[in-house]
Design a protein around this ligand. Sequence first.
Ligand code: NDP
Length: 480
Amino acid sequence: MGTGMFDYAPAPESTALVDIAASYGLYIDGAMVDPLDGTPFKTVNPATEEVLAEVVAAGPRDVDRAVAAARAAYDGTWSRLSGRDRGKYLFRVARLVQERARELAVLESIDNGKPIRESRDVDVPLAAAHFFYYAGWADKLGYAGFGPDPRPLGVAGQVIPWNFPLLMLAWKIAPALATGNTVVLKPAETTPLTALAFADICRQADLPPGVVNIVTGAGDTGRALVEHPGVDKVAFTGSTEVGRQIARSVAGTRKKLTLELGGKAANIVFDDAPLDQAVEGIVNGIFFNQGHVCCAGSRLLVQESVADELLDRLKRRLATLRLGDPLDKNTDIGAINSPAQLDKIRELSDVGEQEGAERWSPACELPERGYWFPPTLFTGVSQAHRIAREEIFGPVLSVLTFRTPAEALEKANNSPYGLSAGVWTDKGSRILWMAQRLRAGVVWANTFNRFDPTSPFGGYKESGFGREGGRHGLEGYLDV
Ligand code: NDP
């Protein structure tokens, strides 16, 4: 955005390390195979609209084959290995993710549209950290608080979204393997490439065939996997709507289910907060990953007495954000992942205006090709507005004000969701008071969007159930 203080020379990350094939098969039983009844589709770079590769939308027979491979691997090898041996494989996978970090980061940015700064510094290191963390648990399950010898469930069917493709894969696969389960994973339709690169990492790590299977595809492939009778455990991250469908289809079966769904997090700034720090936290809370974050701080609740000052500083800060080429190391805001998501963001933002909220964006030139949306603020938002209630899943912040802590709490909890929240204040006692009363799975204090494999993540209400990460994350994959 041209209004910043500095001009930056372009600093594009090299794509030389990335070798994208013209077409990919499915990763089943330790090998890339041609589909039985799948059909090809293309994955594109959302920043340029260029076709990157052709991949397979796996059909029911393909899914069946993958589940059979996972079952054979479970019965034949993986469930019989000692925790120590499973741990060795997982440490190997973790190290390979680290070794190939640069390649994975570039691939992620090309396929997803997120800035290389984020894929390089957040997504990929955290994915490796998850594998390291759960590798450490593999031989210590008897000390995790689930009895002396907790047993795995069997075959896990895992369906993940497009916002953190490799990281969500790690969140799903690492605990499943550590606890002795085998996996069939379906990446999102628009972001299959890092999952396919991960298939190659499994091969490099000499993981026994069938322990990890990757079936690319769209919603139909996901449904076939979730509904497959050979699956013992379903783990899903995505929209609340699809989460509901999955909960219905799994109800009454023996399948164990964890759901990580949407959010509409309140990021609450009190009048005693360090405002410059809060501004950084607000920016990180909603503009990180173009706002395609389930725990994004999409509702800013600011105490009335500091609202004007905070908004001033926030607007000045937004004017310095750089939107553009995701591969440029100076880029703060990348491309919107798909035309469908862009339509949704546009539609809800238009609704915001129609309902009477005031819309503001910094001067911002959008590239001609690709899918883009400028960072956007809405002030004068009331709780009844759709932009205060619904997940926009884009770089759009709704600002509301409050006068007392009780009012802040009331407004924050007035949501069908309950995934995360942020509190900005100088007072430790207020942080504790708020944290005890906020109905949110994660409460950040004087920070936001901070992730660590040791700390559990998950929601209340329509944000889902079950926890991922930490010791808690083992439970969803154990027969307890
Ligand atoms: P979905 O919930 O549709 O996608 C999540 C995953 O589920 C994808 O792999 C998807 O495949 C798959 N899927 C879709 N339908 C089914 C089904 N019936 N059974 C099993 N799996 C299925 O999210 P969208 O990508 O469509 O995004 C829609 C909205 O959801 C976003 O605008 C955002 O608001 C929200 N969202 C929230 C996320 C979160 O982490 N909280 C993550 C992603 C989206 P495919 O990719 O082919 O559709």
